[in-house]
Write a protein that binds this ligand. Structure first.
Ligand SMILES: *[C@@H]1O[C@H](CO)[C@@H](O)[C@H](O)[C@H]1NC(C)=O
Ligand SMILES: *[C@@H]1O[C@H](CO)[C@@H](O)[C@H](O)[C@H]1NC(C)=O
Length: 132
């Protein structure tokens, strides 16, 4: 199913504009010019449970309309499905890269007439120093 595959391989690239305070604090530990980091690119990887991949799935359908089920996203643009996720975040688009954090939350499909998703989530990052 095309749309399901889109979600399974969904790699979201986000630009996050950080507030000056935390970026400035991090810059103080580095040598060189004190340029604040205002932009960050990362990816989170969503592997939807498909009935056979419970071990590797990072998301699961927890709500489905009466005409669907919780194994396969429903027809009509997945209208009525609710999915909860706990996805690894990496710094490149390789699922197998070392995660730097997790994206946790849910998405739901609230349009029958065209494909769209509504997301609510939080990120947490495991901060590390490049200097070891
Ligand atoms: C889970 O992921 C591992 C490592 O990528 C892979 O070898 C294995 O086949 C996957 N298992 C399933 C059920 O997808
Ligand atoms: C879920 O729905 C799909 C599509 O209608 C169907 O192929 C599949 O057998 C259903 N699975 C279960 C467990 O009911």
């Amino acid at each position: 199913m095309g749309a399901t595959r889109v979600i399974e391989t969904l790699v979201l690239s986000l630009l996050v504009f950080l507030s000056g305070s935390s970026a400035t604090q991090r810059q103080k530990t580095r040598a060189g010019p004190r340029m604040p980091c205002k932009q960050m690119v990362f990816y989170f990887h969503d592997i939807l449970y498909n009935g056979e991949n419970a071990k590797n799935a990072t998301s699961a359908i927890v709500g489905a309309p009466a005409w669907g089920n919780r194994t396969i996203l429903a027809g009509q643009n997945h209208f009525g499905n609710v999915v909860v996720f706990d996805d690894p975040i990496t710094l490149d688009n390789n699922l197998h890269s070392i995660p730097v954090g997790r994206a946790q939350g849910f998405y739901l499909y609230d349009r029958k007439d065209y494909f769209t998703a509504w997301l609510g989530f939080s990120f947490f990052f495991q901060l590390y120093s490049a200097q070891g």
